[in-house]
Design a protein around this ligand. Structure first.
Ligand SMILES: C[S@@+](CC[C@H](N)C(=O)[O-])C[C@H]1O[C@@H](n2cnc3c(N)ncnc32)[C@H](O)[C@@H]1O
Length: 272
């Protein structure tokens, strides 16, 4: 169990069918976790998309939030998802039915959005910036494609706030260090408001929720990946990995397991 689980990556160039299927599974699972649904609702309320508006989701994955915004724009508006991975765009396309006529998914990269300046009334970007080496460059691009007075929401985790309990605290700390090292922008959550300001926008509000993973998802999927990533990177030994995994499996059975991370959402507004 501890040496056969590749770390999940959301790099733009993931093309292996099994790896993409794993990405889709994880995105679908996260979409059903209470903390994510609550912060998404907060973000959509803050963005306040109106009928007839033109809106964008950057790094749109399976397209769930593009479709949520399309319901709000209605057919007099347009909802666009930018997603570099063609296999995720295909999943998003396939899942788009009722809003099909005013929804589209386009190939593109957050660093060079394929749109003119001032195209969109509202832009959102969720759990993408943590995967980027140059998050400020991406946020500057989002600010560029917003109309004057337009709104932006950025939603991301801050991995230094992750909690794994119980189990050997030193092994937990080392696993977390491996996770921080493997993530290009692991402290994304705490940086969001400052980056919105650096992009020339004002911060109008901030929201936050903890993503608390259900125990069956931890034991079935996250724990094996979490532990094997740390082991493969040399942060913990095979023995430590096996013992830690056993401790957390037991905690899941007894009801003591807790694994969470804090997510933040910044609402920015472009000056008129
Ligand atoms: C964790 S997923 C989040 C997907 C979606 N935003 C959600 O919350 O369900 C990260 C997404 O960012 C995309 N991505 C990775 N690098 C990107 C880049 N440079 N520009 C735009 N999107 C990127 C990935 O392909 C993936 O769809």
């Amino acid at each position: 169990m501890t040496d056969t689980n590749p770390p999940i990556t959301f790099d733009a160039d993931v093309s292996d069918d099994a790896a993409v299927a794993m990405q889709v599974d994880i995105l679908d699972i996260q979409a059903g976790v209470v903390g994510v649904t609550r912060l998404r609702e907060w973000g959509h309320a803050a963005l306040a998309v109106q009928p007839g508006e033109k809106v964008l989701d950057v790094g749109s994955g399976t397209g769930s939030e593009v479709r949520a915004m399309a319901e709000l724009t209605g057919p007099t508006g347009e909802a666009v998802g930018v997603e570099p991975n063609p296999k995720l765009r295909a999943v998003a396309d396939q899942r788009t039915t009722t809003t099909r006529e005013w929804t589209r998914y386009v190939a593109g990269n957050a660093y060079e959005l394929p749109f003119e300046d001032g195209t969109f009334d509202a832009v959102r970007c969720e759990r993408v910036l943590q995967h980027l080496d140059q998050p400020q460059r991406a946020i500057d691009e989002m600010a560029r494609v917003l109309k004057p007075g337009g709104r932006l929401t950025l939603l991301d985790s801050d991995w230094a706030t992750a909690i794994v309990h119980p189990g050997d605290p030193e092994v937990a700390r080392l696993c977390m260090e491996a996770m921080l090292t493997a993530t290009p922008n692991p402290h994304s959550g705490r940086r969001l408001s400052g980056q919105v300001v650096l992009a020339g926008l004002t911060v109008a509000d901030m929201g936050s929720e903890a993503l608390i993973w259900p125990a069956d998802i931890v034991t079935g999927m996250l724990l094996p990946m979490f532990v094997s990533t740390a082991q493969q990177a040399g942060f913990i030994t095979t023995e430590q990995a096996a013992r830690f995994a056993t401790e957390l499996q037991a905690a899941a059975h007894s009801g003591e397991l807790h694994m969470s991370v804090t997510m933040f959402c910044a609402l920015g507004r472009k000056p008129d």
